[in-house]
Design a protein around this ligand. Structure first.
Ligand code: ZN
Length: 491
């Protein structure tokens, strides 16, 4: 999950973990993945400082052979090894691969995927930084120590892996997929903690929305074997069983949309290249008592990750994410007004305003194309963006024209940005205030920087839909969003 700014944890004792019982059921699907070790000279685990070293994130760099160098190392006696990730200075596409969020890497022991049960994190221990696999469900269970930096220094530090640990690629049907493992092959009994869902690792200032008690982890059904296409993508859908299915799904994943798969009317929640991501979304739907399914799917023709332009050194980078697009219109409201068009108009104006203020703005889409949620968040993460702002319009029901107003969402680290944007829009536009809210939206959970999703009004609301038809008023919404971002950045 994109919860990266967790508070530093207290010291802990560690080492090879105890207890018994690799529970059989949750492991079943792990067998579908294989692994392929990476030459230790071509991959490095790095403690990447956040907020001047108040926190550290794990970053894994992989050098593509015979390409431009991705990083330089500098040893300091017996102390830590400083790493300069050169990729920050050039367009590294094709030369380096960088994973900076917990969906890009996970832990695997004895050929068992433990990504659901352990989260990789870097915590201080005395004058050291230690890479741990920390249990996600039972916080009192012992973490597994994987490596350490052998001291502290400014900047990026190499994590020296403990004996037996290595970096490997995940494979599926023998082919490498874009996911990295920290693996250990020696026999090691691992405690699979049981119990409730992991708590939010950062205490939110407002409680998360009430949710039904989560069921125990369920193993999603494997993709039907007879229909496995060439692409190994995973489509998460919810069959439409009632008039409120779309609404209920959107309460969890707001970019979901109605479509037809194999003649069945469904809400498509996401299309993922990695099964782990599909499983996460699946579980959040099941936890809300929605009859989700994972289907295999061909890789989408147009949902590739947008390519990353060169980024000027030292630039402040803001990713603007116009919601929906292409075959996904988003919400459709009064008079047939389409959310994707509103999102595009507002996003383009926000881009112009920020660029005029000297900000480097990257757009997750710049035309009317479908881009998956995964591609949007990967794009922002790869860009190393400072901020991520997703722009949407809301919908409830055509029979609820009285519901209108601005909502601004964050999940973990975006709260201050959300408040800044929300108040700037309300200063600029005379519209109803539905508040700053916390929600588990995909794009908020899977981005590694402060991120916000703005619902700029209801296409189904009489007041808001009228405003969306007034170009001057739409510009005022956009200008408010831009102002809120600039205020946050102190510009
Ligand atoms: Zn939307």
């Amino acid at each position: 999950m994109a919860l990266f700014s967790r508070p530093l944890s207290t010291l802990m004792t560690t080492a090879a973990v105890v207890l018994a019982g690799l529970a059989a059921a949750p492991m079943a699907r792990a067998q579908q993945f294989g692994q392929q070790p990476i030459d230790p000279n071509l991959a490095v685990a790095i403690a990447s400082p956040v907020r001047e070293g108040v926190l550290y994130n794990l970053m894994i760099l992989e050098q593509i052979p015979n390409q431009r160098q991705c990083w330089q190392e500098q040893a300091q006696g017996n102390g830590p090894v400083t790493v300069e990730p050169l990729l920050l200075n050039f367009d590294f596409t094709g030369a380096c691969d960088r994973k900076t969020d917990s969906n890009g890497y996970s832990v695997r022991i004895n050929d068992q995927d433990l990504g659901v049960h352990y989260r990789l994190e870097i915590s201080p221990r005395q004058n050291d930084l230690v890479l741990f696999a920390r249990p996600t469900r039972d916080r009192s269970a012992p973490p597994i120590e994987i490596g350490r930096t052998n001291g502290r220094a400014n900047g990026f530090l190499r994590v020296q892996l403990n004996p037996g640990w290595q970096i490997a690629r995940r494979t599926y049907n023998g082919q490498p997929v874009g996911h990295i493992y920290l693996t250990h092959a020696a026999p090691m009994a691992v405690a699979l903690a049981t119990g409730t869902n992991p708590p939010l690792s950062q205490t939110p200032s407002t409680p998360p929305p009430a949710r039904p008690t989560a069921p125990p982890i369920q193993t999603p059904p494997p993709p039907p074997s007879g229909t496995t296409p060439t692409g190994n993508h995973f489509r998460v859908v919810v069959p439409i069983t009632g008039g409120d299915t779309l609404q209920r799904v959107r309460a969890i994943e707001p970019e979901s949309f109605r479509t037809t798969v194999n003649g069945e009317a469904v809400v498509q929640v996401g299309l993922f290249s990695e099964q782990q991501r599909a499983n996460e979304v699946y579980r959040s739907l099941v936890a809300a008592s929605l009859p989700a399914k994972i289907l295999s799917a061909a890789a989408p023709a147009v949902a590739s990750t947008p390519s990353l332009p060169p980024i000027p050194r030292g630039a402040t980078v803001v990713v603007i994410d116009p919601g929906h697009g292409g075959r996904d219109p988003g919400a459709v409201g009064i008079g047939g007004i389409q959310e994707k068009q509103i999102n595009t108009t507002i996003s383009n104006r926000v881009q112009q305003q920020l660029q005029a203020a000297g900000i480097t703005v990257l757009m997750t889409r710049s035309s009317d194309v479908y881009v998956s949620l995964e591609a949007r968040t990967q794009f922002a993460n790869r860009a190393g963006a400072n901020l991520f702002v997703s722009i949407h319009a809301n919908a409830i029901s055509m029979s609820r024209p009285e519901v209108n107003g601005l909502e601004t969402y964050y999940f973990s680290s975006g709260e201050r940005l959300a408040r800044s944007i929300h108040s700037a829009v309300l200063r600029n536009v005379n519209m109803r205030d539905r508040g700053v809210r916390q929600a588990r939206f995909y794009v908020l959970r899977h981005t590694t920087m402060p991120s916000v999703l703005v619902e700029t009004g209801f296409v189904t609301g009489a007041e808001d839909a009228a405003r969306f038809r007034d170009p001057a008023a739409v510009n005022r919404i956009a200008d408010g969003i831009a102002r809120g971002i600039l205020d946050y950045l102190g510009r």
